[in-house]
Structure formats: C-alpha cells, structure tokens
Design a protein around this ligand. Structure first.
Ligand code: KIV
Ligand code: ZN
Length: 549
C-alpha cells in the first residue's frame, strides 16, 4: 500500500480523506486506544479473537478511530492489527509506530487491508525523555520526526504524530516539532500528557498556546491523550477541548497502565450533559457505552468499580431516602444523565430453560458479543446445560459463559478442563484433575491446605510450568442466590502476565477453569513473542503442592 503525496507543502487539506470532517469544527472525534494503551494495563493480555470482538463493538458504538495495536511490538500485535484492519470497515483503524523505519513499515503492512488506515507515529519531546531515554538532541528529534512522518505519509493516507510527554516539554519546541510534522505530512497532532502530570487550568493554556503557535492549515486537527495518574485525565481532556482540540484519545473504563487513560465514557457524557457549556457534538452512540464497558471488563478481567462514573453499577443507584423521593418526584433532582442514554438497563433480563436460540442470540448481541454460528451454538449448548442446573441465566451468567468457554479456547495452545475430584482428610485436601490437550487426557493429583491450592498444584504437575499466582478472586455473577461463581486469576511467568476467568455453579470448577484459561494465555502470549516457557520437573517437590498423592 503506497500513497504518495501529490503536492508539496502542508499536507493537511489534501491528506484528509474526502467527505470526512477533520477541521477543528464543532465535532469532537473519539480515538479509542483500549486495545493498545489500555492493554498495557498490568495483567491484561487479550488474544486476537477478544480484540476483534472489542473492536467490532467500538465500531458499532461509532468511535472515529480504533488504535488496534503496535504492530512492531510483537508478531501477536501485528496479527491483531491486521485482523482488525481487515474486519472493521467503518472506523479508521490505526497502528502505532516509533519514528523507526521498521516500526513504520510494520504498521503500514498490518494496515494494508484497512478501509481507512492511519499510522500513528510518536517521539518524545520533553527534556527528560530526550536526554535519558532517547539520548537525542533537539535537532536529532526534529530530524527523526521529519523522516518518520514522511515515510509514514508515503505509506498511508493519514498520519498522526504524537509528541510524547508533551505536557513536560518546552511549548516552543513542541510548536517547532508540530510545524515540521505538518510539513512532512501529518494531519493529526496529538498532545499527550503521558505521565498524567498536567493540571487542567495549566493544560488549557498549554494546548491553546500550541494550537495558536502552530497556526495549522485547514484540515489539520489537534488531539489530546491524557493519563490519569492524578485522577485528572477527564478534566485535562475537557480542558484541551476547550482550548480547541477536536480529537480525544482514551479508553473504555479508563483502562490503561498505572492510573489508566482518559475514560471515553466520562468525556463523552461530560460533553453531552454539558452541551450548554461546550456546544460541541460527537458521533458516538452513547447508548452502547454500558454494554461495551461490561464487555471490556469481562474480557480483560479489569472490573469496573461500582462508583465508576457513567458505567459503574451504582452510577444510577440512589440509596438515600431523600434522593429516592426526589428522583421519584422528578428525576432531574438527583440525576444529571439518564441511564438509558448510556445503555444501562435498569432491569436484568433473565433467560431460562424455555428460551430459544433466537432470544439467546439477541441477548448476546445486546451484551456486545458478535459470535459466529458455531460459537453461538456452542454457547447455547452450555447455556442449556446451565439452565438444567439452575433454571435460568442472567446477563452476568451469559457473559461469564462466553468469556470462559468461548473466547478462552485457542486450539493451538489450549488445555481444556475435563473433570476433577476431591478427597478431604487428615487436615489435607487432595485434588485429582484431568485436563485435555490435543485430544489426550492428562491426569494428576496433589495435596494442599484447601481445595483450590490442591487443584492448582495438580494442574501445575500436568502443565509442567510453574506460574506465580498473582491474584485470585471469586464472586457471584448476579445477586441471586443461584448465581454462578466466577473466578478470576492473574498468573505470571518469566515476565509474561496473563489473566483468566472461569464460571460454574461449582466454585472449585470455576477456579480450575480460570487457572487453565490463564495458563492457555501464558502459552499463547509466549508463542506470539517467540518465547518458550521454562518447564520444571513435576516429580521434584514443588512450592505449590506437596507432591504426587
Ligand atoms: O502516553 C503516551 O504518550 C502515548 C503515546 C504513544 C501517544 O501513549
Ligand atoms: Zn498513553
């Protein structure tokens, strides 16, 4: 895919795809980086299928741009960007690249089949990053930006340039860098607050100064990318919008490294709820926010706190009698947004034994799962079995089934749980576990202080790797007494971290499924990074279990 610039001079206007508004008008564009920056959150590790599911839902919600990954980072990342570029036709699909030639070519190659591709090139401009990380002078940074953006622009019709750590950079230098990036062909200029250091009042002035200083030609759009280290990402994004920025970068649920990124649901609902103040529109379908938030929480294992604005379970709950009375008399007394506007349905829909495949599929779609026929049939079969055990299934149960048993199975690497049995006696618990791999049953047993410890020790004897259990949680999928138990674990081994979830009416089974799910992800991530996981001698005494029973 080669796109050469036809004319010299500022690339802005001629570089912008026809028919799409990119000028700093009254529309704010949303650039979702859940799959790139969001996935950098500790312990989050999504496979290609999960990323595609999320991308499809983001496109359905009408985000303008989906940053699908960093193609040069790993073959796995490259494949994900390629897959999303091929499948998502409505939103712009973007790939991240440093100014290095290899990164830019990898991004262009991964985006080759995209309907609307964008290469996102970045380089740091702050003194601390230039001196200690890049070891580059200002003029070297300028040279790299020129060369990187020009190459990207020769390979992609749309190029975004980010001045990493812009908020700690000399504004005069950022202006020089941005002017050069425009000359080289960038039409989107991003101002990141990479370490969440900015303060809203100050950041407003910073962004305004840069926008005025660059005096960009029509067709160039400024962007903001805020991190939440001081809890100010939404406020800083809104301050930037006030200053003239018209693209906001963020993630759903604010997912991301450290304190996370700017939460798209918060920014869009602030713009919408206070349109009297901002007077700006967006293209986002806000009624998809809640289902998309749940989908991402489920798939990533990063749960949404109940008091999270807009999408938290309590975002529209009123506990105090005075508030309840007020809302009943007139909703606006204590509610500034309507639950329906963010797609948060008040009633939980329950499907049961008599529900048909059609109703089940509809509910899956509402919940944000875009499954093919085989996956729906498989999920429906599990759902029917579940209804035999507990008569009905809530949204939480259905989500748990899908993320546990539909997405988790990646045939090349996967162990699949078959059965377990438990014997308790003499202060110890012994667990025997059978896992299938490539059609072969593998059984082993181990003892532990409790059933979960014993089960995990038995699994380690089967898989012959010894991951560290970093986190283990178990909870109910709904508030009903017959809810499924859902377990979530985070495992790490040799610098790879992976989350896993498992659901069942039996919490030991749920715990085993979650562990096996995370093990499968460790293997698939290691394979994507071309690493092999260190195995250990299962017959040697292991720290996780007390040997063969
Ligand atoms: O935080 C940051 O600066 C980034 C850039 C790559 C945009 O994520
Ligand atoms: Zn970032």
């Amino acid at each position: 895919m080669t796109h050469s610039r036809k004319k010299k001079g500022p690339a802005g206007a001629e570089g912008a795809p026809a028919g799409r508004e990119v000028a700093a008008g009254d529309r704010v564009h949303f650039f979702d980086t859940t799959l790139r920056d969001g996935e950098q959150a500790a312990g989050v590790n999504l496979n290609a299928e999960e990323k595609l599911q999320i991308a499809i839902q983001l496109a359905k919600m009408r985000v303008d741009v989906i940053e699908a990954g960093f193609p040069a980072a790993s073959p796995g990342d490259f494949n994900c960007v390629q897959l999303i570029a091929r499948e998502v036709r409505t939103a712009t699909v973007c790939g991240l690249a440093r100014t290095r030639e290899g990164d830019i070519r990898a991004a262009a190659q991964a985006l080759a089949k995209a309907e609307n591709p964008r290469i996102h090139v970045f380089l740091a401009t702050s003194p601390i990053h230039m001196e200690h990380k890049l070891r580059m002078s200002e003029s070297e940074v300028l040279d790299q930006v020129r060369a990187g953006v020009m190459l990207a622009r020769s390979l992609s019709p749309e190029v975004e340039f980010s001045a990493e750590d812009a908020s700690r950079s000399d504004p005069a230098f950022v202006i020089r860098v941005f002017k050069l990036a425009i000359e080289a062909g960038a039409t989107i200029l991003n101002i990141p607050d990479t370490v969440g250091y900015a303060l809203p009042e100050e950041f407003y002035g910073f962004c305004k100064g840069i926008i005025e200083g660059v005096a960009a030609p029509k067709g160039v759009i400024f962007s903001v990318h805020a991190h939440n280290d001081l809890g100010l990402a939404t406020a800083n994004s809104l301050a930037a919008v006030r200053a003239g920025v018209r693209q906001v970068e963020g993630t759903i649920n604010g997912m991301g490294e450290r304190g996370g990124n700017s939460a798209i649901e918060e920014v869009v609902m602030a713009l919408r709820t206070r349109s009297d103040f901002y007077g700006l529109s967006t293209n986002l379908d806000t009624t998809r926010l809640y289902p998309v938030s749940r989908l991402i929480a489920k798939i990533s294992g990063v749960m949404v706190p109940p008091n999270k604005p807009v999408v938290g379970a309590n975002a529209f709950a009123h506990e105090a009698g005075i508030h309840q009375h007020g809302v009943m008399a007139k909703r606006e007394t204590y509610e500034i947004m309507r639950a329906e506007d963010v797609g948060s349905t008040p009633a939980v829909m329950v499907l049961g034994k008599h529900s048909g495949r059609h109703a089940f599929r509809d509910r899956l779609e509402y919940l944000g799962y875009n499954l093919d026929d085989t996956q729906v049939s498989r999920a429906f079969e599990i759902f029917k079995k579940l209804c035999d055990e507990k008569k009905e299934a809530t949204d939480g149960d259905i989500e748990a089934i899908v993320s546990d048993q539909i997405f988790s199975v990646s045939p090349e690497f996967s162990y699949e749980f078959r059965e377990y049995s438990m014997q308790v006696g003499g202060g110890n618990t012994t667990c025997t576990v059978t896992l299938d791999r490539n059609g072969e049953a593998n059984t082993d047993a181990a003892t532990g202080n409790g059933p979960v410890e014993a089960a995990y020790a038995a699994i380690k004897r089967i898989i012959r790797i010894h991951p560290r259990l970093e986190n283990f949680k178990i909870f109910a999928t709904s508030e009903r007494s017959n809810a499924l138990g859902e377990a979530q674990v985070i495992l790490s081994l040799d610098g790879i971290r992976a989350q896993g979830s498992g659901a069942s009416t039996d919490i030991i089974k749920a715990s085993i499924r979650a562990y096996v799910n995370a093990v499968n992800r460790l293997y698939s991530t290691a394979a994507a990074r071309k690493l092999s996981l260190p195995s250990y001698d299962a017959n040697a005494p292991s720290p996780g279990g007390k040997g063969k029973a």
